[in-house]
Design a binder for this molecule. Structure first.
Ligand code: PEP
Ligand code: MN
Length: 475
């Protein structure tokens, strides 16, 4: 069976960055055909619902929490790993929701995050040069010629692994994993184990009071039991994304049915290139990573291509400047985009601009830098009167030792004991919660004064006014 591209797919003839060199075009086409004939993993209406939720984040009426591994691996496709990752996201969401007094839109960086862009196409060890590892969707980490050869069967494996992950995530979430009380109990345990951080216990204590109040009123909401949860991954491998692109109804708009949301990496956002054109052709909510080389004009051109109708929630910008640049690079970008009148969700990725390599060549990140970048992100938005719409984080649900610092500090000597990432260093479970408590604090300070909060139902689109603090007050 050979499936033709629909004519709308104008991206096919454009240059595509970061694509593997598949050795056998016939077997690649065979795999693409099988993917094209496979059932969708998500529904178009779920994607539209996420766009609506993100539109609320755009207006400052919701906060996005997007997180998961840098790269999922087939070896770590097991129930415990998926359970702990989702639990961590839910714990973070509860803390954030209390701090921000807003619904938190939960989007996993999972069920499809198997492909990686690389800074070098090859890797050399002891005089031997082989193709770089591009994620389990393409090749193996193992440094052998066979391992590093791109194998299209891995695309099918990626689809199956994503389906299994999503299936289990939906089951966990439909069977009480998101029960707010259970999530809150876990947060209380975490706070109790962090005696040097009394503010953690203060916040969980306030949540406890809120629960008791709701109980006393008989007002425990039904929704406290189940949680809305979405999935996302970097839309990198066009040979995977294209066959999973379908019209919802005959001749209806195209959706990528492999994930609710896709993002474009900082290396594949070139304007005339295939990725941007592909993203323009689908109706899912999309995001673009913007690093230090992104100019305000780049951002405007991306808006032009990806959200010409200026639909709120369709486009998210994930900025990742690093703690040392966020305060000087972000304002120009936000000002120009805001002046254009086009709605975007502003999200901070405090991971990718803060990577460092230790003397013994271990890739790591310091929690202090991560917290500082998020603080800078809030400061900038507060100064400009715009909304800090969310965070995008690489994390695990376990106690890996990949990033330095945190309330149960990881030292350089600890990095070797449990470094399991197939790619970039992730926050461990506790460091992820440290980040959530920190962001909750920022949100609490960032909240508009209560008397000004007139009924949202009366004025649904009213922007939430922000107080202007003295410069540096949030540090
Ligand atoms: C990533 O998210 O893992 C990544 C490679 O990010 P960026 O495109 O921002 O470098
Ligand atoms: Mn990464």
């Amino acid at each position: 069976m050979h499936i033709e591209h629909p004519p709308e797919l104008t991206w096919v003839s454009r240059p595509a960055q970061q694509q593997p060199c598949w050795p056998d075009p016939v077997s690649l086409q065979h795999v693409r055909d099988q993917l094209a004939a496979s059932p969708p993993l998500v529904l178009a209406q779920e994607c539209d619902l996420l766009t609506q939720r993100l539109a609320a984040a755009c207006r400052g009426e919701a906060f996005l929490l997007q997180g998961g591994d840098c790269a999922e691996t087939f070896a770590q496709l097991d129930a415990a790993t998926i359970h702990s990752k989702i639990t961590t996201l839910l714990q973070m969401a509860t803390v954030l929701s209390y701090g921000a007094a807003l619904p938190v839109v939960k989007v996993g960086r999972l069920a499809g995050q198997y492909a990686k862009p690389r800074s070098q196409p090859t890797e050399t060890r002891d005089g031997i040069t082989l193709p770089a590892y591009r994620g389990d969707a393409v090749n193996a980490r193992e440094f052998t010629r066979a391992g590093r050869t791109a194998d299209p069967q891995r695309l099918l494996h990626t689809y199956q692994a994503s389906a299994a992950t999503l299936n289990l995530a939906r089951s966990f979430l439909g069977n009480g994993l998101a029960d707010l009380r259970r999530v809150h109990l876990r947060n209380q345990d975490f706070a109790a184990c962090s005696p040097s951080h009394p503010r953690y216990a203060a916040l969980t204590g306030q949540v406890e009071q809120a629960f008791r109040f709701m109980d006393a009123c008989g007002a425990t909401p039904q929704r406290a039991y189940a949680a809305e949860f979405f999935v996302s991954h970097e839309g990198l491998l066009l040979d995977y994304e294209a066959p999973l692109t379908r019209a919802g109804r005959t001749a209806g708009p195209l959706y990528n049915v492999g994930s609710h949301m896709l993002w474009l990496g900082d290396r594949t956002r070139g304007l005339g290139h295939a990725h941007v054109a592909y993203f323009a052709s689908i109706r899912n909510p999309v995001a673009v990573k913007l690093g230090p080389t992104a100019t305000p004009d780049d951002a405007l051109a991306l808006i032009d291509k990806l959200n010409p109708d200026q639909q709120p929630g369709r486009l998210t910008f994930i900025t990742r400047f690093g703690a040392s640049h966020v305060r000087d690079k972000l304002p120009g970008l936000v000002e120009k985009v805001t002046a254009s009148g086009s709605p975007v969700v502003w999200v901070c990725d405090p991971m990718h601009g803060n990577t460092q390599v230790t003397a013994d060549k271990v890739k790591t990140r310091d929690v202090d830098d991560i917290l500082d970048e998020v603080t800078g992100f809030f400061e900038v938005h507060r100064e400009l009167g715009t909304h800090p719409g969310g965070i995008h984080v690489e994390l695990t649900g376990t106690d890996v030792t990949e990033c330095l610092g945190g309330s149960h500090p990881i030292t350089p000597a600890d990095l070797h004991s449990r470094y399991e990432s197939g790619c970039d260093p992730r926050l461990n479970h506790r460091q992820a919660l440290d980040l959530a408590f920190h962001v909750a604090d920022l949100c609490l300070r960032h909240r508009p004064p209560q008397p000004e909060q007139v009924s949202r139902s009366a004025q649904p689109n009213r922007p939430v006014p922000l107080q202007r603090p003295a410069k540096g007050e949030l540090r």
